[in-house]
Design a protein. Structure first.
Ligand SMILES: [Fe+2]
Length: 355
């Protein structure tokens, strides 16, 4: 796909690339177009006005948690053609599934396109094309058990795929616009928002996790803030340097016959919320709260341990969109998707990163 005419976030410096490799993440403060961030905030409030009108933009005292009754009502509004409800939520979280819309794509993943190619290699990344004329998305998806599970839960009904993963790539997987469009690389996750005064995750940070499995097409993810995220206000929270440890353990476990989704195992070695390596990382590393003004982007290695932080503020809604750049089937054939015999975590990254 040709280089977009959109304003691009500047390429990373050698120091920044070194930091991505060492820490597994990088915060780029206020790098996104402020006008697009403003539009995305206006769109979010329009969606709130439609779906949860008791919340008023100019009155933070109305931004209380979503009740069970409100949650059930929102959940019932699935689109007829499949996909998640456009607006859903429960307690202190709500989601707007607008991730395949042009605004969200232009705002973040496309503005980071040059950076993504700089890190993953020019011509090796799936372009987020968004919606086609028929209003759906098409892109490649590696059909592991995780992906198949995600398809069923987010599309809302069976679409004829086998219930177990085939561990091969479906090159042109078609998904409805509010479906899991991050799985075929065509959309962001939409807006993931945390309301003020959200509960503490507790001293052991329950809920901290590493996204998906080590095998797959994803390597680089980003979280982009469309509004200010002050400290302790729900920012993306990471455990620095955890990417290499989880990468290594997940591959070891996979080669030993364990899949990320083998939930029935009494002791699973890697891939879940309570695996030994996760506990070890929590015990040895202080998490870092990625705060920043509107337009801030956090880039992270897909295996890093993270969670959406507690929003301890009274008057901030944490508003983030998340996207994972995928390697194309041509650049990363299936044989390599399920293989990491040399253990090299940077094998599928650019020469600049590997250098
Ligand atoms: Fe996550």
């Amino acid at each position: 796909m040709s280089t977009p005419s959109l304003k691009q976030v500047a390429p990373l410096t050698a120091n920044q690339i070194a930091k991505v490799k060492r820490d597994g993440f990088l915060v780029l403060k206020a790098v996104l177009d402020p006008e697009l961030c403003g539009q995305a905030r206006d769109d979010m409030w329009e969606a709130i006005e439609t779906h949860l009108p008791r919340m008023k933009r100019d009155d933070p005292s109305t931004w209380g948690p979503i009740t069970a009754e409100e949650s059930a009502r929102l959940k019932a509004q699935r689109p007829a053609g499949g996909g998640d409800p456009y607006f859903s939520g429960s307690e202190h979280r709500f989601t707007v599934r607008n991730g395949a819309e042009e605004l969200l794509l232009n705002l973040a993943p496309r503005a980071l396109w040059q950076v993504a190619e700089q890190l993953l290699g020019e011509g090796t990344v799936v372009w987020p094309a968004g919606l086609d004329e028929s209003g759906s998305t098409t892109g490649p998806c590696f059909m592991c058990d995780d992906a198949v599970g995600g398809l069923v839960s987010h599309v809302g009904h069976e679409m004829g795929w086998p219930s177990k993963g085939t561990f091969t790539t479906e090159k042109a997987l078609r998904l409805p616009k509010t479906g899991p469009v991050w799985l075929n690389g065509q959309g962001t996750r939409g807006l993931y928002c945390t309301l003020p005064k959200s509960p503490s995750p507790g001293p052991d940070y329950r809920g901290a996790h590493s996204d998906g499995a080590c095998y797959g097409r994803g390597r680089l993810q980003m979280s982009a803030y469309i509004d200010d995220v002050p400290p302790n206000s729900g920012g993306f929270t990471v455990w620095p340097k955890s990417h290499t440890r989880i990468w290594r353990e997940q591959w070891k476990a996979f080669f030993a016959g364990e899949k990320h989704t083998d939930k029935h195992l009494a002791v699973r070695r890697a891939g879940g919320y309570t695996d030994p390596v996760i506990g070890q990382i929590k015990a040895s590393t202080q998490p870092f709260d990625c705060h920043g003004p509107a337009g801030t982007v956090v880039l992270w290695h897909t295996k890093i341990l993270h969670l959406a932080g507690q929003n301890a503020s009274d008057d901030v809604i944490r508003q983030a969109t998340i996207y994972g750049f995928l390697k194309t089937p041509a650049a990363l054939p299936d044989a390599l998707v399920v293989d990491n015999t040399n253990g090299d975590i940077w094998r599928d990254w650019s020469d600049e990163v590997r250098g």
